[in-house]
Design a protein around this ligand. Sequence first.
Ligand SMILES: [Zn+2]
Length: 491
Amino acid sequence: MRRARTNPAAPGHAARSTSLSLPLPLSLPALVALLVAPGLLSSCGASDRDRPDVLLIVVDTLRADRLGVYGNERELTPYLDAWAATARRFDAAFAHAPWTLPSTASLFTSLVPQQHGAGGSLALDPARGDGGFRSLDPRIPTIAERFRDAGYATASIVNVDFLTETFGMTRGFEHIDAKTYASNREARSATETTDAALAWLEVNEDRPCFLFVHYFDAHAVYSPPPSFRRRFADPRDREDDDFVFGTRAQMIRLRTGELALSPDVIERASRLYDGEVAYVDSEIGRLFAVMAERDRADSTIVVVTSDHGEEFLDHGGFEHGHTLYQELLHVPLLIAWPGRIEPGVTSSIVGLADVAPTLCELAGLSAPATFAGTSLAPYLLGAEYPPQHGHMAHGNFWGRAKRSWTEGEFKLILDLSRDAPGARAELYRWRADPEEREELGRALPEVRRRLIGHLVDQERRLPGLGTGPRAVLGPEELERLRSLGYVGEDR
Ligand SMILES: [Zn+2]
């Protein structure tokens, strides 16, 4: 979406028509060469550095520990790893909820789930047939509205119902490209998602752009394209896709305890998930490469993150939405702005609610008064690291009702189920024990008590902004969510 008129001599510009001019996959050396070149990712728009473009990428269901730059050694993410050398990486970034709707709503509104109201839980009231979901409160400002009101072209390219208008998640986006399907195996692929992003960028040349791109491939059911299957799947699953795990029927049986999870099955599922992660990585690499190829003197702020992780028996379960352990809350967060943001690593605790005020400040926009997160912009632009602040998560979709509080080296998980008085709390040293194996509540009762107090205090002080109207689902949406295992009236 660059402005040809302002930069007529841009090499490779005039005749370039679509996103598909580069081979797929771009070789890694070629990408690295693009990544280290000046002007990286400056293809989408603003000629004025005061009006940078913004590309906000959410890879659904991406555990931080699957990225090489977050310590993974299986080389699943060579493109993101190479690009990360140009970005600020937050190694202690956490989602505020372990599933898509409330987590992404926090990203959009800079509020925790108790405030923005979007979320809900698995159908506890089957007679109503709507899964008990609540959409984003329409009174609460979103990041897309802020950029739209500032004159930006705004677009949302998403691949799941929870990010659609039904759930209030498209407010502020002028262009809405939402693809939803009856089965995750039919969902729009990362290749098609990247194509859609590039196509929109290309036709929006005259305004600064704010583009939200959502990749859904790493969400169950895992079925990577053949080349990624051959590289990363269990040897039994490299040549065919007969092994399927994560279907609706399986998820319902899993949630009701009828389906036993064998380590072997989960290991096979995990390897297929790895293949999906690698596939998405290659497509983000292609997105970045084409944007760099569309040579621009302007700049784009790029954020890559996820809405939550995925459990593969880390704590005895599978999938997401059911606990607040690190495998679900610890997400990648990488922010780049060539020539402006100093690459490096920040280890302070940050949350997805911090992203929206950060983008506002980087773009020179005032943040809506309701944005409660901390802008990381000063620290991205050279100030000292942000002070450690506490992080709250809340909003299981299924499983027991819990919330967590992370502060300093400790993380508290409080069980709020009716049959579990508040005393049921787990305590971990999340940095020293990132897998949360050693529960310390009994050994450190004072710490546990202090963190419970801080969590309760924080919650009391939250302004009660949104209640989240009950989402009204049409028959088609209901059927799609049913097919994805998100509506469980037949459990
Ligand atoms: Zn999700």
